[in-house]
Ligand binder design. Structure first.
Ligand code: GLN
Length: 492
């Protein structure tokens, strides 16, 4: 086992090593358990490690391997974002409101991955209720970026991104309502896919904005994400918004070359919001795709600048409805000694929610109120349709759209110069896909001043296969995605 670099291995390589008995799942799991113990005190990327459970599952996986079981992820450890319900293990959503909540059932994503043989290493830190772009809104403290511990990992799936980047796990789950898989993947130099709305079940995934929330894989490469998506995707009778569509064989699809594909490059993704250094890196990556035989096509998505304001009306409106259930009565945090019912509601919610969550509930309640519904909520829904139509029109002529995932590389923690709206602008290139329900992935595509840059690939509805294929083919020709396994160890 000593000659395998377990931190750098792909999921496929790990499966082969398990299959060939070069390593056992218990040894593999112990390797990552040890790394969590050693490195996570500085990263803070894991809220609840489940080491005993993991080692127990690994032992069972070894028995299954010995009996010839070759399930796709058998024996491979994974971390779950703490937004997915896990039976018998705390699910906090990084909120004081759910700090002691233990779900009586598993989310479908969790049970599907377990069914494929994955081992649960623990639950990752995140922005509270998935609201944020820096992972600084967690009740359990900020997560740090392993590339530079003074910087943010992005959010809201920042714990998953930071953990995969630091090699605390070979892969993780995330969720993306407005960019929360892609932006942290970009800032941490890993690959993360937001599937089409409806591709992956939302059952047991704590709701933020139900018309946009999607679960997806985060790993070191597109090939790894393809393997994970195969296990996660598919219709679920427990989620009425999950699509009744066959799941393609992603492992085969990604092997097809990109020659002949048309890649749309929207000029609106390269405007003044984008840091010039990130723009240069993306242009270089696009030229690489061109050299591989793809055709770059200039396209227009003129409503791009409206995306953030549209999203920040719709997402808080849905959040205000979804979070109404945390009332101190049924489950979650309850204030001490309530005087009456009103006091119970008010103090439980005042004490249980953090500042950003309260801001969103207030904004959402306001935009849904009778006096402002037409002016804000209806208007936002109309603009949402306009944005979705623009993407559909462009994607009728190109196979994928490519551009940056985020306007900048990882920014400093506690950056006082960054206002709330500056933070919201982190989502400028990502929210369009959530509003339109499209699949999109961030892949590492360069390094600027020692920090990774992410390129975003956006596909047609339910065409994750082409998105993964372009990402995988790019990764066969470049090694930006491998840099993450080379970042310096920082344990003291
Ligand atoms: N950064 C966005 C927000 O704060 C996106 C969050 C997400 O995708 N969960 O709402």
């Amino acid at each position: 086992m000593s000659d395998i670099d377990l931190r750098a291995c792909s999921l496929h390589e790990l499966r082969e090593s398990l299959e060939n008995k070069q390593i056992s799942s218990v040894e593999l799991t112990q390797f990552f358990v040890d790394r969590i113990k050693l490195l996570d005190p500085q990263l803070n990327s894991v809220i609840t490690p489940t080491m005993d459970l993991a080692l127990k599952q690994a032992k069972q996986a070894d028995q299954r391997i010995a009996h010839g079981d070759d399930s796709a992820l058998l024996g491979i450890p994974i971390l779950h974002k703490d937004i997915f319900c896990t039976e018998g293990v705390k699910t906090t959503c990084a909120s004081k409101m759910l700090a002691d909540f233990v779900s009586p059932y598993d989310a479908t994503v969790v049970s599907a991955l377990a069914k494929s043989g994955a081992i649960t290493l623990g639950k990752t830190n995140m922005d509270e209720f998935a609201m944020g772009s820096s992972n600084e809104t967690s009740h359990f403290g900020a997560v740090k970026n392993p590339w530079d511990l003074s910087r943010v990992p992005g959010g809201s799936s920042g714990g998953s991104a930071s953990a995969v980047a630091a090699g605390l796990a070979p892969c993780a789950t995330g969720t993306d309502t407005g960019g929360s898989i892609r932006q942290p993947a970009a800032l941490c130099g890993i690959t993360g896919l937001k599937p089409s709305y409806g591709r992956v079940s939302r059952y047991g995934m704590i709701a933020f904005a139900s018309s946009m929330d999607q679960a997806g894989p985060m790993a070191k490469s597109a090939a790894d994400c393809a393997q994970l998506l195969s296990a996660m995707a598919g219709h679920d009778p427990l989620d009425s918004t999950s699509a009744k569509l066959a799941v393609p064989d992603y492992a085969t699809e990604i092997e097809r070359p990109v020659a002949g594909l048309r890649i749309g490059v929207p000029q609106e993704f390269f405007d003044k919001q984008l840091s010039p250094a990130v723009a240069d890196a993306i242009h270089t990556a696009l030229r690489q795709l061109e050299a591989m035989g793809a055709t770059l096509v200039d396209v227009k998505l003129p409503s791009t600048p409206l995306g953030v304001s549209t999203y920040y009306v719709i997402a808080p409106a849905e959040a205000s409805a979804n979070l109404a259930r945390y009332d101190g009565v049924r489950f979650g945090y309850r204030c001490e000694a309530p005087q009456n019912l009103e006091d119970l509601y008010v103090r439980s919610r005042t004490e249980g929610f953090g500042e950003e969550v309260k801001r969103r509930i207030l904004v959402g309640t306001f935009t849904l109120s009778a006096a402002s519904y037409d002016q804000y909520f209806m208007k936002a829904q109309q603009v949402r349709r306009m944005i979705a139509n623009e993407y559909d029109e462009v994607l009728a002529n190109v196979d994928v759209i490519a551009g940056p995932s985020a306007p900048n590389t990882a920014f400093p923690l506690n950056d006082a110069s960054k206002s709330i709206t500056d933070m919201y602008m982190e989502d400028v290139f990502t929210v369009g896909c959530n509003l339109a329900g499209l699949p999109a992935m961030s892949i590492p595509a360069g390094i600027v001043e020692g920090l990774p840059v992410g390129m975003q690939l956006i596909g047609r509805s339910f065409d994750e296969a082409t998105v993964l294929r372009v990402g995988h083919q790019f990764q066969l020709q470049t090694d930006w995605h491998r840099q993450v396994s080379r970042i310096a160890e920082f344990a003291s």
